[in-house]
Design a protein around this ligand. Structure first.
Ligand SMILES: Cc1cc2nc3c(=O)[nH]c(=O)nc-3n(C[C@H](O)[C@H](O)[C@H](O)COP(=O)(O)OP(=O)(O)OC[C@H]3O[C@@H](n4cnc5c(N)ncnc54)[C@H](O)[C@@H]3O)c2cc1C
Ligand code: SF4
Length: 353
């Protein structure tokens, strides 16, 4: 690992001052910029592998951003430094946001979830193996060098929203649920505060795959706000399909939430996909197909087709298209039956954990 400067501010203002030297226009792209460290479960690996060369680390673990508290509007504010495990097991999250709890618990391992912070989870980088292999060209790591995955091994890669410059996927489970729940990301810099709707937080790769998000390089995530989602408590499911049943990133995952009225018809629906694109994938027009419908395999299949319109495989990941269709239909079927966790869905399907 290269040598780096290190400091540990105790106040948000000091942390913002420390990172104010980054060019705010670069959007977390420059490998040489000052970086925050929270749980360190991603950034330290990237530094040790030489994927990211960070001249100065600002440790934010002493900032007062670890609270989880109800908002006056009936929602919940998750501190950026609250740990993934503390978030998943928080009584309000368990009771009012079972979709989020299930998604977090489907990710990583208990040890990692104890360390990983909510802010860091949003900013974890792709698991494309060429990105980590510094001996191979990668536009995300080294802009303009080429994409080794294009024409290479693509089993884990994206089928939606890709570009010729990058076909990587976003690896987070938590973010898939946050997309479905229409969370808002609160950020702050020495220039002021702003709030970013979750759908606008992560980017598609286009011709700048080195830029993952719309967060500027001098901005700190302070919290993630969940709006009231009580209409979805009874009918939500997170279903994650992976190479083995634990401790692996998603090949495909689906966060599904339904609001089903007393007449049995669907009043509102939210569906987000993981493992298929550079960002959690949502299409409100696909969700609209469910409004007014009775739950059933036929309409769930139509929704899946609408969500996957334009999907493109690259050989080794062709299987993801039918896998995603089946996973969407299954997750919606489970959600319609009643809220369940990823683990209980898989156990009922004959899997073991
Ligand atoms: C072996 C392994 C398996 C894993 N499996 C899964 C999985 O199945 N599913 C899944 O979703 N995840 C998985 N993960 C990823 C894990 O969830 C992330 O590494 C973790 O969430 C990152 O959080 P962190 O606090 O450790 O971030 P860090 O590593 O500290 O930081 C990550 C990035 O975020 C930036 N950052 C952190 N906090 C802030 C902030 N508040 N404001 C601005 N920038 C910030 C840092 O500068 C850095 O660029 C796995 C990780 C490992 C190592
Ligand atoms: S898919 Fe993206 S991350 Fe992977 S090699 Fe290509 S440019 Fe790099």
């Amino acid at each position: 690992m290269n040598p780096f400067a290190y400091d540990r501010p105790t106040e948000v203002g000091a942390a913002l001052q420390a990172i104010a030297g980054n060019d705010s226009a670069t959007g977390v792209a420059n490998q040489q910029e000052i970086r925050f460290i929270a749980g360190g479960t991603n950034i330290l690996d990237l530094m040790k592998e030489g994927v990211q060369r960070v001249p100065h680390l600002v440790d934010i673990n002493r900032l007062p951003l670890d609270r989880i508290e109800a908002t006056p509007e009936g929602g919940l504010l998750l501190g950026a430094l609250a740990r993934n495990a503390d978030t998943a097991y928080h009584p309000i999250v368990e009771e009012r946001y079972p979709l989020l709890a299930a998604a977090i618990l489907a990710g990583a391992s208990p040890q990692l979830r104890n360390m990983a912070s909510n802010g860091g989870n949003l900013l974890q980088r792709t698991r494309c193996w060429y990105f980590y292999d510094v001996a191979t060209p990668c536009n995300k790591r080294e802009p303009g060098s080429g994409c080794s995955a294009n024409g290479g091994i693509t089993r884990q890669h994206a089928i939606l929203g890709t570009s010729e410059d990058c076909i990587a996927t976003h690896p987070s489970d938590m973010c898939v649920a946050l997309a479905a729940l229409e969370a808002v990301v609160h950020v702050e810099s020495s220039r002021g505060k702003r709030s970013i709707p979750f759908a606008e937080f992560h980017r598609l790769p286009g011709d700048r795959p080195d830029i993952d998000t719309t967060l500027a390089a001098d901005e700190l995530i302070t919290g993630i706000e969940l709006p009231d989602a009580s209409q979805f408590i009874q009918h939500s499911a997170y279903l994650k399909i992976r190479e083995r049943l634990s401790y692996a990133f998603a090949l495909v995952s689906v966060a599904a939430a339904l609001d089903i009225g007393a007449d049995g018809r669907i009043a509102a629906a939210r569906i987000a996909l993981g493992g298929v694109a550079h960002k959690p994938w949502r299409k409100p027009e696909a969700e609209a197909l469910l409004v007014g419908a009775l739950p059933g395999e036929a309409v769930f299949g139509q929704v899946a087709d609408a969500l996957l319109a334009g999907a493109l495989g690259r050989g080794a990941n062709d299987f993801k298209i039918p896998l995603a269709r089946n996973t969407i239909v299954r997750a919606l079927t489970v959600a319609a039956e009643g809220t369940r966790t990823n683990q209980t869905i898989l156990e009922n399907d004959g899997g073991t954990q």
